[in-house]
Design a protein around this ligand. Structure first.
Ligand SMILES: *[C@@H]1O[C@H](CO)[C@@H](O)[C@H](O)[C@H]1NC(C)=O
Ligand SMILES: *[C@@H]1O[C@H](CO)[C@@H](O)[C@H](O)[C@H]1NC(C)=O
Ligand SMILES: *[C@@H]1O[C@H](CO)[C@@H](O)[C@H](O)[C@H]1NC(C)=O
Ligand SMILES: *[C@@H]1O[C@H](CO)[C@@H](O)[C@H](O)[C@H]1NC(C)=O
Length: 468
């Protein structure tokens, strides 16, 4: 992952001379959720299309910066960054059946200092800032437009076999061939702010690209505050699927060209910490650890254990079985013809449901506990299931007459009426339970030698609070 990110940086850095080239990368960040929500463009409602969303655990249908910063955690290892970052999910379309399968995705998120000749000071994102780059409706490329230049695709082939092949060069739309080491869908955000508005009706006009270039330069008088430059690489594992021609790859908005790619951001940073990092990391060359104020709060364990606390849209998005049509009104559209009608115009609007399946009434989740020292903590009954969730485990234990339940290793469940083999109800740090449930990626079912521990509430608990 570091190699991918680094090679990209060299190409970006090569085209611009800057006084301060410090940057850091949150590399290989997994989504916190994939769902049809968009608190910037569709606040308080169901979104237009499915997004792959990275970052803080209180992402929801409306952006409230005071609420977002209260998130328990984020999939970004620097935990004081409670921002959310999102882009449309990319699907693979089967040539014979037309079925759509979501392609696994992770993000490299760059924070770059890109001033121009005036060397304007680089500012942190203000509290409450939200923004959108790219345009879901765009189906053409204007080479003179910075906004269009800011959206691009890179085909990864680490063998070097296509290094100087123009058909494999970075481009504004999808390739006409597969990418042996995955494809990057890239969004470069505008870095000049009007200094007043945290949003605007198009979610763009409160910001501007710099004067000289989309990815560096001085800010115009209309937007005089030079913010840190934000750049996403959404890495999609297109190499895991066959390529059969135009229409193989479909963005969640129905776009088969790639021109409609875009990215959204809602600020959840500790703004003072971000400014401190921008001011005091002169030697940062991509690695967060080269920035002392960020290294001090780097916490990969919490990032890995982080799951969504809020709601998702109650609809299939393709991870359980391929889709026949995309969620929302998103007909396949490459832009060379008029936009087709909705494939299912009478589809009811789905509801929001908790991302984590609630555990049965009468049960309480206490937290993460350690296995026994001389054997399993719970030995009364056990089961495994590809559908394992906390609710499935507690329900299984209840059905066998047990009052203690522990989910472990994603798909295992153990029951008992007392703690055995040296195990206790003392909670360990919450982020030691890191295994996403086999039956619901949005909740945790234990970890290595660790149980997500639940108890029927008529049982006296001697559990101690989790260390912070
Ligand atoms: C997450 O926050 C909720 C409150 O929103 C709290 O009840 C819960 O204990 C927290 N979980 C962790 C793991 O910190
Ligand atoms: C292309 O972009 C340039 C710069 O923003 C703009 O002046 C021009 O009108 C655009 N052309 C078209 C055809 O939209
Ligand atoms: C675009 O879509 C139209 C209508 O489906 C189709 O006829 C055309 O071949 C497509 N073009 C490309 C380049 O995919
Ligand atoms: C898992 O859930 C699926 C879909 O509800 C069901 O068909 C399957 O039988 C379940 N498997 C087990 C082992 O419970």
């Amino acid at each position: 992952m570091a190699a991918i990110a680094f090679s990209k940086l060299l190409s970006l850095a090569a085209i611009v001379t800057v006084a301060r080239a410090q940057y850091w990368i949150f590399g290989g960040t997994p989504p916190i959720v994939t769902t049809r929500l968009d608190p910037v463009v569709f606040p308080n409602s169901i979104g237009g299309h499915v997004h792959s969303v990275v970052g803080a655990s209180r992402f929801k249908e409306v952006y409230d910066p005071d609420d977002l910063v209260q998130s328990n955690c984020t999939t970004i290892p620097v935990q004081p960054d409670k921002s959310n970052y999102w882009a449309p999910q990319l699907y693979h379309r089967d040539q014979q059946t037309g079925q759509l399968t979501p392609i696994p995705t992770s993000f490299n998120i760059y924070y770059l200092q890109r001033p121009g000749p005036l060397n304007q000071p680089i500012k942190a994102f203000p509290k409450g800032l939200r923004m959108l780059a790219g345009d879901t409706e765009r189906r053409s490329y204007n080479a003179s437009s910075f906004a269009d230049q800011a959206i691009s695709f890179v085909c990864q082939d680490f063998s070097g076999a296509h290094d100087n092949d123009p058909d494999w060069a970075e481009r504004p739309d999808f390739f006409d061939h597969n990418c042996p080491d995955g494809m990057r869908a890239e969004v470069f955000f505008p870095s000049c702010w009007d200094g007043v508005n945290l949003d605007s009706s198009d979610h763009k006009s409160h910001l501007s690209y710099p004067i000289q270039n989309f990815n560096s330069g001085d800010c115009p008088d209309s937007h005089p505050v030079h913010l840190v430059s934000l750049f996403y690489e959404m890495l999609v594992q297109v190499d895991q699927f066959d390529y059969w021609g135009p229409g193989t790859w479909v963005l969640a908005n129905g776009d088969t060209s790639g021109y409609g790619h875009h990215g959204d951001f809602t600020n959840g940073w500790d703004v003072d910490l971000l400014q401190n990092a921008l001011d005091n990391c002169p030697n940062a060359n991509g690695n967060v650890m080269d920035c002392p104020v960020l290294a001090a709060v780097f916490d990969q364990a919490s990032a890995s254990a982080c799951v969504l606390e809020t709601d998702i849209v109650d609809e299939e998005i393709g991870f359980n079985a391929p889709l026949t049509i995309l969620p929302g009104c998103n007909p396949l559209w490459n832009g060379t013809v008029a936009k087709p009608a909705c494939p299912d115009p009478n589809a009811p609007t789905p509801a929001l449901v908790p991302a984590q399946t609630p555990i049965p009434t009468g049960w309480t989740e206490l937290g993460c506990i350690a296995e026994g020292t001389s054997g399993r903590a719970l030995t009364g009954a056990s089961t495994t299931s590809p559908n394992m969730t906390r609710a499935v485990c507690a329900g299984f234990c209840a059905s066998r007459g047990f009052s203690l339940a522990g989910a472990e290793y994603s798909d295992e469940c153990y029951c008992d009426n007392e703690m055995r083999n040296g195990a206790t109800m003392d909670l360990v740090t919450w982020n030691e339970c890191t295994n996403h449930c086999a039956g619901n990626i949005n909740e945790i079912c234990g970890g290595p030698q660790r149980l997500t521990f639940m108890i029927a509430s008529n049982v006296a608990s001697s559990a101690t609070p989790s260390p912070a």
